[in-house]
Design a protein around this ligand. Structure first.
Ligand SMILES: NC(=O)c1ccc[n+]([C@@H]2O[C@H](COP(=O)([O-])OP(=O)(O)OC[C@H]3O[C@@H](n4cnc5c(N)ncnc54)[C@H](OP(=O)(O)O)[C@@H]3O)[C@@H](O)[C@H]2O)c1
Length: 295
């Protein structure tokens, strides 16, 4: 297909907090950008800053070959782009979704004659256009599309291509976010334990940070054990010992009048792994308990 749109032009649908941050960064980098938002008023400030404002999704899509979507959820993409001609377009979807939604959206785009890449944004709007903030975006799907537009995609934040499966950007995104919430749960429980005691949260904070940093080894060691399926070699904190110690954690929560709801699921998973076969699993690393999670 011939591309008649200027080399550094792109279209962005969605001017929420994230979309607006993306648009400003592309504008600041000298890109010509056409924007559309369901609530038109949100485009006014960007128009003053040099963006072209389209009055419909169809008009916005027609303006550029590269079309970036940053809407609330997958359903909003379907409603915004219903009946819009996508032939020859390169769609980059930065709307958060599940892996299955990414794959279905890729098939949907292909049926309409468009190339497709899904994205997972690992940044907040304040980190967009601020390279030192360390934000980046996972991309997956059409490698050819990614290579064509790589320079533009690297403007708002780092760009990490994680494969041609269009579900894998979302999968990476959600894997990291899920780990983050597990971490938040543990931190929340720790602060609840000291609440009301003569220990200032600000005094616990550096100790907690240091401890979590030291325990970061678990990320790499677990990857190695899952790859080798060897959960026992070199174990110095056995599952049997850790399950025995969970009683102390639960009794302390009770003494401190703190609900164990945030930590008990993981403690219970370790206990299940041990009791399934104490002789086989007692000497394992806790990484072995991961095998119980897959349904
Ligand atoms: N903000 C963050 O920290 C962050 C971080 C990573 C990823 N993300 C992802 O980025 C995406 C956008 O986030 P955001 O922070 O910009 O959200 P937001 O401020 O809530 O904006 C949502 C956007 O989606 C539009 N929208 C919602 N339903 C629509 C529909 N049915 N048809 C057309 N447009 C519709 C809204 O239009 P109106 O203005 O008309 O309501 C608005 O432009 C989300 O998928 C979010 O998960 C956000």
């Amino acid at each position: 297909m011939t591309d008649n749109t200027p080399r550094n032009s792109l279209t962005l649908l969605g001017l929420g907090d994230m979309g607006t941050a993306l648009a400003r960064t592309w504008l600041a980098a000298g890109h010509r950008i056409t924007v559309w938002n369901r609530t038109a008023a949100k485009a006014e400030a960007l128009a003053a800053e040099g963006a072209d404002v389209a009055t419909s999704p169809a008009e916005a899509v027609a303006a550029s070959r590269l079309v970036v979507l940053c809407l609330l959820d997958d359903a909003s993409i379907g409603s915004a782009l219903q009946g819009v001609d996508l032939t020859g377009k390169d769609l980059v979807n930065l709307t958060t979704g599940t892996p299955a939604e990414g794959r279905a959206r890729a098939a949907w785009a292909e049926e309409r004659g468009a190339r497709f890449v899904d994205g997972g944004i690992m940044a907040t709007p304040t980190m967009i256009g601020v390279p030192e903030a360390g934000g980046y975006v996972f991309y997956s799907g059409s490698r050819a599309l990614f290579d064509t537009h790589r320079a533009a995609l690297e403007v708002p934040a780092g760009a990490r291509f994680v494969g041609e499966d269009p579900g894998h950007a979302a999968l990476h995104d959600v894997a990291l976010l899920s780990a983050m919430y597990g971490l938040f749960a543990g931190i929340s429980h720790a602060y609840a334990l000291i609440d009301g005691e003569d220990i200032a949260p600000k005094d616990l904070a550096p100790l907690l940070s240091e401890w979590l940093g030291a325990m970061g080894f678990f990320v790499g060691s677990t990857a190695e054990r899952l790859t080798s399926r060897d959960f026992t070699t070199g174990v110095v904190s056995s599952l049997a010992m850790q399950v025995a110690a969970t009683g102390t954690l639960l009794r302390t929560a009770e003494e401190q009048r703190v609900s164990p709801e945030l930590i008990s699921p993981y403690l219970e998973l370790m206990r299940r792994r041990l009791t399934a076969d104490p002789a086989a699993h007692g000497g394992e690393d806790t990484a072995g308990a991961i095998t119980l999670l897959k349904r």
